[in-house]
Design a protein around this ligand. Structure first.
Ligand SMILES: [Zn+2]
Length: 142
């Protein structure tokens, strides 16, 4: 069984979100990076994430995601990525600002089992887009 499968099996006991050790996170990230359809958030959008989350410039080195089949390219032409989800989470106060920052900064490694993907408005046109997963070194939603 893969590390991600094992984590997904354990997650329901932790309300689908759990803190995991670094070695398990590293294996899960390596597996996720090899999944089909992985998109790298472009540098300009990483700087945008840092800006809206009050994080140091160039502190977010990567933030990969997998867009849903209907969200590979938005009707406006934008290719949605982690920035759309992070902006929505912060602007809608879905989680406290500190929770979002902690997830991005990576105080601890957090694994969150995806239920049906996460929706957000496209950053450019506000049409609804969906990501089935997104992750960086210390946070994974898959
Ligand atoms: Zn759009």
């Amino acid at each position: 069984m893969s590390e991600i499968e094992q984590l997904r099996n354990e997650a329901p006991a932790y309300l689908h979100k759990m803190i995991i050790p670094r070695d398990r996170m590293d294996r899960a990230v390596a597996e996720a990076n090899a999944m089909p359809g992985v998109r790298h958030t472009p540098p300009a959008d990483l700087r945008f994430i840092e800006g809206i989350a009050d994080l140091p410039y160039e502190s977010v080195t990567f933030f990969h995601c997998i867009p849903d089949a209907q969200s590979v390219v938005c009707k406006c032409g934008r290719e949605p990525n982690a920035a759309d989800i992070v902006a929505y989470a912060l602007r809608q106060n879905l989680h406290s600002r500190q929770t979002v920052r902690d997830a991005i900064i990576g105080v601890q490694c957090i694994f969150e089992a995806a239920q049906n993907g996460r929706q957000a408005p496209c950053l450019r046109c506000a049409r609804r887009i969906m990501l089935s997963g997104y992750w960086r070194q210390e946070y994974m939603y898959v």
